[in-house]
Design a protein around this ligand. Structure first.
Ligand code: FAD
Length: 693
């Protein structure tokens, strides 16, 4: 009888999996944030009225190379810009960069054979396209590709399309680089001619940048052959014109001093609030859940009352950070613009197709503090572009060496965890005054909002969002200094100010806590909410199993808060099993007291199983506890429990996935592969859900 039930579960899982497959995952995929990748979000550039016909656009603007990007966090977009620059400067291509969602694909069969299209495509989550590439993906990988001309797939309609492709993926996910692989197969099948290999970068192995660099050289050689291009000495050509306006005072209303949009600048920001338009939310409470040497964890309550924002238990909140003053100062000093930091600058794209990623007019100070990711790890290619602008010959020689020697770069820069400014400081104390500001805008990403799994229940506190964040402050192996996370240290500073701490600047980082024009005073932070599919079962009597060590417990605090409230109202609540892990029961067991209160409300239905890695002689992690409790876990799965994992993607989530497969196989007397298969089916049917980062 057990096997019958199991077979039924497999069948249902297969059926749901197929439905999910044929609906392109729209029922179960991680929900998409429609704006996350758009380069135009900061200045709200209107997209309306522009042509969606790429053939026409290239004709009008005299381009012969378009570089489409499908990007979620900005890396693919950055690679697209870099390819465009290199294509133009080294090979004389007339390049343009294009957000893949800004164009139609129905006429790609008309793409002229003397031009080339690049597709730089990130894979997101479980093998899915990025938000901006969903339609493109569906168009090419769907059942019938319908071109405007009526050409069918059998006619090889794309035979005039030359294309180049590079994928950004992470091998810790099962569907590694699925996006680029599937798109490449689909394009080839339609007759398109790929130039070079379909490149793949691996974020999981930490080799993305080097994979990209190693892929692009043979690709350029193949493209030069195919298009008869002549390589020339690359001469830097600015993408943006950055002009100082000495007449204008930074106080003038038209100048962006860090505000995310025009309506924020004008002081009339109103909803709907979104990834385009954050809500400047008051932090109503903040505290530290634990503080031990070099480690601390924040709990914050952020009010969304009156904003028209809403959330559901399991959603994410994005925090829009501000760079630390100390790092802003360092950056301005290194590039010799400290004295004129408050000068007003106008930034324009020199080419009509270039989108300005920074609201303009602004000031150097505001650009660096609010709009540019100046603290991120540095790419070798970006450092080498600075050689031409080095302050003296010795520095130039050193930069050229760093650019050419991968191992040397790793030793001197990557392993030291330097930001761009720290890297240049390590080469010379002289300022790099000759570097055009455009090059810095081109070479650095926009400052990205960071996501946090909401740790409260919307049923219990619909107007207040809790977050649980560990403050990033780590000395990485080999590095000579401590790397401070941008957002979490900013949040710590906000907490210190709110609690009247005499030194509101952790680690001397000196934040502009009050924000542009004091708009964040009274402890506010810009946020938006991102909806997720990480959800409790709609029927609370269904059992749930949650695995969430460290801050991975965040959404589960919300889940338990919700189920405790339902139990208190007299509803029947199913077994709620949490596997929680941390170092020591006395050190970093967050929400310990709260869990006791929930236990009072829920009685036996709440079970918390803990793993403390630094208490006994051996390290015990959540996956060990999961294994020890195989029988209970298996029993709950038979009762159709949902299984949730949250936290570390690289190690913990993979281990848990493996262990669960073993448990199912062992408890039901099945071969190991069958257990793995069952977990896969649970994933596709939505009964195994991950919220990992
Ligand atoms: P960043 O500045 O972004 O740095 C992150 C890490 O990158 C650093 O620790 C460091 O290891 C490395 N790094 C930074 N600069 C350099 C450099 N120059 N050289 C080398 N390495 C460098 N976090 C939580 O604490 N709680 C949550 O509930 C939570 N939920 C999340 C949910 C989702 C969906 C996602 C995607 C992430 C979640 N995170 C959560 C992680 C969170 O979004 C942030 O990534 C994290 O807080 C660090 O942000 P930061 O700006 O402080 O650090």
């Amino acid at each position: 009888a057990q096997l019958d039930t199991l077979d039924l579960v497999v069948l249902v899982a297969l059926l749901v999996g197929s439905v999910a497959y044929f609906t392109k995952g729209s029922y179960w995929a991680v929900p998409k944030d429609p704006y996350a990748s758009s380069a135009s979000t900061l200045n709200g550039a209107a997209k309306s009225g522009k042509t969606r016909d790429i053939v026409e656009k290239m004709d009008e603007t005299n381009k012969n190379c378009v570089i489409f990007y499908g990007s979620q966090t900005g890396t693919a977009e950055d690679y697209a810009s870099r390819l465009a620059k290199e294509g133009s400067q080294r090979f004389g291509l007339k390049t343009m960069v294009a957000d893949i969602e800004d164009y139609d694909y129905e006429n790609l069969d008309k793409f002229p054979d003397d031009k080339v299209a690049f597709f730089v495509l990130a894979t997101y989550g479980e093998g899915e396209p990025t938000d901006n590439a969903v339609e493109f993906y569906q168009f090419f990988t769907g059942e019938d590709v319908a071109f405007e001309s009526g050409a069918s797939a059998d006619d090889k309609p794309l035979s005039s399309l030359k294309y180049v492709t590079f994928g950004l993926g992470n091998n810790t996910y099962e569907h590694y680089n699925a996006m680029v692989r599937q798109v490449d197969t689909a394009l080839t099948k339609l007759g398109a001619q790929r130039i070079g290999t379909a490149g793949e970068g691996d974020d999981g192995a930490g080799t993305m940048e080097e994979d990209f660099l190693a892929w692009k050289e043979p690709m350029w050689a193949a493209l030069s052959d195919a298009m008869n291009l002549q390589e020339r000495e690359a001469v830097y050509e600015a993408v943006f014109s950055v002009v100082e306006d000495d007449e204008k005072s930074p106080e003038e209303e038209s100048v962006y001093l860090g505000e995310p949009t025009a309506s924020h600048r004008e002081g009339r920001a109103k909803g709907p609030f979104s990834a385009h338009n954050p809500y400047v939310a008051p932090i109503v409470e903040s505290s530290e859940l634990f503080t031990v040497k070099d480690r601390n964890c924040l709990h914050m309550e952020i009010s969304i009352a009156g904003s028209n924002l809403s959330y559901q238990t399991g959603d994410h909140i994005a925090i829009w950070p501000t760079n630390a003053g100390a790092e802003v100062d360092r950056f301005l000093q290194v590039f010799g613009i400290e004295e004129k930091r408050h000068s007003v600058i106008n930034i324009k794209g020199i080419d009509v197709t270039a989108k300005v990623p920074i609201p303009t007019p602004t000031t150097y100070d505001a650009a660096v503090r609010y709009y540019m990711e100046v603290c991120a790890p540095v790419s070798r290619q970006f450092v080498s572009t600075l050689a031409a602008f080095a302050p003296d010959e010795d520095s130039k020689t050193e930069i050229v060496r760093l650019g050419n020697d991968k191992d040397y770069f790793h030793e001197k820069i990557t392993n030291q965890c330097f930001t761009i400014a720290q890297a240049l400081q390590s080469i010379t104390s002289k300022p790099f005054t000759a570097v055009p500001f455009s090059l810095l805008i081109e070479g650095l990403n926009k400052l990205q909002p960071r996501y946090y799994s909401i740790s409260s229940s919307s049923l219990v506190q619909k107007d207040k969002i809790s977050i649980t964040a560990v403050v990033e402050s780590v000395r990485l192996p080999g590095a000579s200094h401590i790397v401070k996370g941008v957002t979490t240290n900013y949040l710590l500073a906000l907490k210190q100010k709110q609690n009247g701490d005499p030194s509101p600047d952790p680690h001397g980082l000196t934040y502009s806590i009050n924000g542009p024009r004091n708009k964040y005073d009274g402890i506010h932070v810009p946020v938006h909410v991102r909806h997720s599919n990480f959800k409790l079962p709609s029927d609370p009597s269904k059992p749930i199993i949650m695995v969430g060590p460290g801050t991975g417990v965040a959404p589960f605090r919300g889940f338990i808060q919700e189920r405790a409230a339902l139990a208190a109202k007299g509803e029947k609540v199913g077994t709620t099993l949490l596997f929680f892990g941390c170092r020591k029961s006395t050190e970093d067991f967050i929400y310990k007291d709260e869990f006791k209160t929930f236990q009072d409300q829920m009685g036996d239905s709440l079970k918390i199983i803990t793993a403390f890695s630094r208490e006994g002689s051996e390290k015990v992690y959540v996956q060990h506890r999961l294994k020890e409790n195989a029988e209970l876990v298996s029993e709950l799965l038979k009762q159709k429990a949902n299984f949730y994992v949250c936290g570390d993607a690289a190690n913990m989530a993979r281990e848990v996935n493996l262990v669960l497969g073993h448990i199912i196989a062992q408890q039901r007397g099945l071969p190991a592969e069958k257990g793995e298969e069952m977990v896969k089916h649970m994933r596709s049917s939505g009964s195994y859900q991950e919220d990992v980062w």
